[in-house]
Design a protein. Structure first.
Length: 572
């Protein structure tokens, strides 16, 4: 028995109905997917397969608000008062119970006891910094102290540091409350309830013996980073003996394509739209209805940020949007993390107008200059590139001299289009086709020597990737070049790649309108990680699309950033 107009179910106040009514009235802005789930839940209040009892949810909400305190700035030490959306989520998960008939119809067996909870698993997708981890820490504590005795509670994620976030939040909440601290003990293995023998532990890829556990309650944090379901499957299998297990998957959108989260969301959306039946899954997605609305209407930000204005600041999102308008990596990261819009790692790094620069120069203009080098050795049977970055006194522009190398066999084996392009580029002097099946790296050394002998261009540092470099490195050092390794990983190339992007957009990179450079830049996509760091990859992973010119430019920029002060002093 419910009264939608008075927000009551069975004559008791319902946060679920209150939340739904505020969305319908326009007081709260919500996305289409969340509204579908709420309407499905309202419909299920009339479904004879279930009955509604919010006493368990109310008990946990009261526990959290009475005993849990915030442990992070700017709310440090304050009582944990749950937001309305958090109360509605908790109530929805705990309050739907299976009727005898409903249980028999779904499981084809008799209900083992009364008040069996309907939902066993929840997917909660909400943008970063909206309080989801803190809420789940409080919920874990409510199960730890008030749930079944001897319960195993798990804080899990793809890596140990992420799994530690909620675990440490739980431990800190225990420390803050004299009542909770008195009844618990923490050591390196976990947190232990001294009275009912329940435990809280971490589980990640680094954890040994993932199998054989007996988990009652599990939080899986930031599942967007997971490529497979190893952790999730071990949790689900460990809960197979439970009548009322809890598995809460909390996450934002991410950058792993066809990973665990993508498969979970595909399944969840089929359930949400009633194309698939699963009465045990609660789908609670804070998502935008389009990307355009983000830029045009700030009131829509609440669709993916339910705590905006109270926890997450409008100013923060405005600052992120301003950065995103100037930086592709910032834009991709913001759309995924602040608005839960899936980003594809294989999308083009730059638009054509951003990397095309028809400006040219004459190498004679750089006679007597100093420069920095970059080399992408690639595979011995593939395209190889060498570049020299040169700046002139009083200018912030970077002028790029480039030479490409490719084995003759690679040209012959390529498609007709590839063969035609390579032969034309060779005629223009942009690429040198070397005899045989392998690149002759000594030709790279000869090119740098030629820059010095013919034009007195001195290359003071040369960056190189780590591929197949030993004998070439010795040869370079024997003739006097100082070479440094530039690892092709997120930590090393993210900064240089972002600076290359900014300089290309500002037309501060003059690559002499080199056709192969332009081709490589158009082929380059951007891979991004959970920290917003980037590195170059091929668009859509196409093997015949070369990005060697882009990689070499980024390597040269990495050396420029390492020695910027010294190099600019020499230029001046």
């Amino acid at each position: 028995m419910y009264d939608l107009s008075n927000n009551t179910i069975n004559n008791k106040h319902s946060y679920l109905l209150e939340y739904y009514n505020k969305i319908k009235s326009g007081e709260i802005t919500a996305g289409h997917e969340l509204i579908i789930q709420l309407e499905n839940l309202i419909d299920d209040l009339d479904n004879p397969a279930f009955f509604y009892d919010n006493s368990d949810a109310e008990f946990r909400i009261n526990f959290i608000e009475r005993f849990c305190r915030h442990t992070k700035s700017p709310f440090f030490g304050k009582a944990f008062i749950l937001e309305l959306w958090e109360k509605a989520f908790i109530e929805a998960f705990y309050s739907f119970k299976c009727s005898k008939q409903g249980y028999r119809d779904y499981y084809e067996e008799e209900l083992p006891e009364c008040n069996i909870r309907r939902f066993k698993k929840a997917i909660l997708m909400v943008a970063r910094k909206n309080g989801k981890s803190t809420m789940c820490a409080g919920l874990s504590l409510s199960e730890f102290f008030c749930g079944n005795g001897g319960a195993d509670i798990i804080c899990s994620s793809n890596d140990d540091s992420q799994a530690s976030i909620i675990f440490n939040e739980i431990a800190n909440m225990c420390e803050w409350s004299p009542v909770l601290k008195k009844r618990s003990h923490k050591n390196l293995k976990g947190i232990f309830n001294l009275k009912n023998k329940s435990t809280i532990k971490k589980l990640s890829d680094r954890t040994r013996n993932k199998e054989g556990r007996n988990i009652d309650f599990a939080i899986l944090d930031e599942s967007h980073e997971m490529k497979d379901n190893v952790i999730a499957k071990s949790i689900e299998q460990s809960q197979s003996t439970k009548d009322e297990p809890i598995f809460v998957n909390i996450t934002t959108e991410g950058f792993v394509n066809d990973g665990y989260l993508d498969k979970e969301l595909k399944y969840a959306r089929e359930v949400l739209n009633k194309d698939r039946e699963d009465e045990t899954l609660l789908i609670w997605l804070y998502t935008q209805d389009s990307e355009n609305e983000i830029w045009q209407d700030k009131s829509t930000w609440q669709k993916s940020n339910p705590s905006i204005g109270k926890i997450k600041k409008h100013k923060y999102i405005r600052d992120q949007i301003r950065k995103a308008q100037a930086d592709k990596a910032e834009r991709v990261f913001m759309l995924a993390k602040d608005f839960n819009i899936k980003q594809n790692n294989s999308e083009a790094w730059l638009m054509e107008a951003e990397y095309v620069n028809e400006a040219t120069f004459n190498i004679e203009d750089f006679r007597g200059c100093v420069g920095l080098g970059g080399v992408d050795l690639s595979e011995t049977t593939d395209l190889t590139c060498a570049k020299a970055l040169i700046m002139k006194k009083g200018s912030s522009k970077k002028y790029i001299l480039t030479k490409y190398f490719i084995p003759e066999s690679k040209v012959k084996q390529g498609s007709q289009e590839d063969k035609k392009n390579y032969l034309e580029w060779a005629k223009k002097g942009l690429i040198e086709i070397t005899p045989g099946n392998e690149n002759d790296y000594s030709l790279i050394t000869a090119w740098f020597i030629r820059l010095y002998k013919q034009y007195n261009i001195r290359i003071i540092k040369v960056g190189y990737d780590n591929w197949n470099a030993k004998y070439w490195l010795k040869e370079m050092e024997d003739v006097g070049f100082e070479c440094e390794k530039v690892r092709m990983d997120m930590n090393t190339v993210s900064g240089p790649m972002k600076l290359v992007e900014a300089d290309l957009k500002s037309k501060l990179i003059n690559y002499n309108n080199n056709e192969i450079d332009r081709w490589c830049l158009g082929n380059t996509a951007m891979k991004i990680d959970n920290l917003g760091r980037i590195m170059p990859v091929k668009v859509n992973g196409l093997k015949n699309r070369r990005i060697d010119g882009s990689v070499t430019l980024i390597i040269a920029y990495a050396i420029y950033m390492r020695y910027r002060t010294e190099y600019l002093d020499m230029v001046r």
